[in-house]
Design a protein around this ligand. Structure first.
Ligand code: ZN
Length: 341
């Protein structure tokens, strides 16, 4: 396709994130634009698909800002686009870059009506129509089109957290995904120190990509949340990994693999009397001695029983029946397998 427009006109300013946040409810420019070797398409506002015209072996989706206040990953994505436009970064993979929730990003909010990362794999059907349900439907449709090709598939869903963490950078591996040495090496190269294996299907974006398309998919938690322009996270390892993967170049062998954790107990708010015996400032991966009282509900209680039991995502402020946290422990076998390769 030849047009007189330039990529800068497509992205309006050349700064993709700026352009998206400038008009978060606008209409996407659906007409593709081609440079000498790349095709750019915008299937929705905040979604950029880049296809190498010379062919590719793998498809890589990178999403950021699924929670609108998690700014650092959106800045990282925008830097990747800038590097592609200035030809500092060569693209030899098909790319789908997603700013997850532009209106929430503009408002500095995690979400407007519903948590977008609880609406995938069709869960949007269980909610009344709102921006997030429509966005989940759009993103599922776009991902379906993007991942229809053969070849290796990857999905990096990038987040930051409100809570501090004893492992600053960690990942969640969707239920059903086997953590082989290649995946542990990928995480290590991204600077990930710990990975939690999910114990059940979820309605998250990364679970959707793994379950529906068998993509290598992870939710990445990259450190503490901060407003735009105030991020001080060191994402250089992740940025370098993504640059090599996008260019489809081999990576140097990774250093230490991340610690692998599995769920040993799900904490559930079972009644109004329910109490989570963990204080608000408790970081993710906080470790407890055996026999520590963690939750209590009348006569029913849960005490730690494993040698090195830890907690992630503690939050007592949920409706009855919902999860107040996960108790986890380290698994050693996976790390041993990694070194054996
Ligand atoms: Zn998030």
């Amino acid at each position: 396709m030849t047009t007189n427009r330039t990529i800068t006109q497509l992205l309006k300013t050349g700064d993709w994130l700026d352009a998206v946040l400038d008009d978060p409810d606008g209409e996407p420019d659906l007409e593709p634009i081609e440079t000498a070797n790349l095709r750019f398409e915008q299937p929705a506002i905040g979604v950029l698909m880049i296809t190498p015209l010379t062919g590719y072996q793998q498809s890589i989706a990178i999403s950021a800002g699924i929670h609108g206040n998690e700014t650092a990953p959106m800045e990282l994505l925008s830097n990747i686009v800038a590097d592609i436009l200035s030809a500092q970064l060569e693209v030899h993979s098909r790319l789908l870059l997603i700013i997850g929730h532009p209106p929430a990003a503009v408002a500095g909010r995690r979400f407007m009506d519903v948590n977008l990362n609880r609406l995938f794999s069709g869960a949007h059907k269980d909610h009344v129509d709102c921006y997030e349900t429509r966005r989940a439907i759009d993103l599922e449709r776009i991902m379906r089109g993007f991942f229809q090709n053969q070849g290796k598939r990857f999905h990096y869903d990038l987040h930051t957290a409100i809570r501090s963490s004893n492992y600053e950078k960690f990942a969640i591996s969707p239920f059903g995904q086997k953590l082989d040495p290649a995946k542990l090496g990928l995480l290590a190269n991204c600077g990930i120190e710990a990975v939690l294996e999910s114990h059940q299907p979820a309605t998250t974006f990364s679970f959707f990509s793994h379950a529906a398309f068998l993509a290598t998919a992870f939710t990445f938690e990259l450190g503490r949340v901060a407003p735009f322009g105030q991020n001080q996270l060191n994402l250089s390892a992740l940025q370098q990994h993504l640059a090599l993967r996008i260019a489809d170049l081999p990576e140097p062998a990774s250093a230490a693999p991340p610690a692998v954790f599995k769920v040993v107990h799900e904490l559930i708010k079972s009644s109004e009397q329910y109490r989570l015996n963990v204080d608000d400032a408790t970081p993710n991966f906080a470790q407890f001695k055996p026999n520590t009282l963690i939750e209590i509900d009348g006569l029913k209680q849960y005490r730690t029983s494993h040698q090195e039991e830890r907690i992630v995502f503690p939050n007592p402020n949920v409706p009855i029946g919902q999860r107040t946290g996960l108790m986890i422990e380290k698994t050693y076998k996976k790390t041993f397998d990694f070194h054996a390769q």
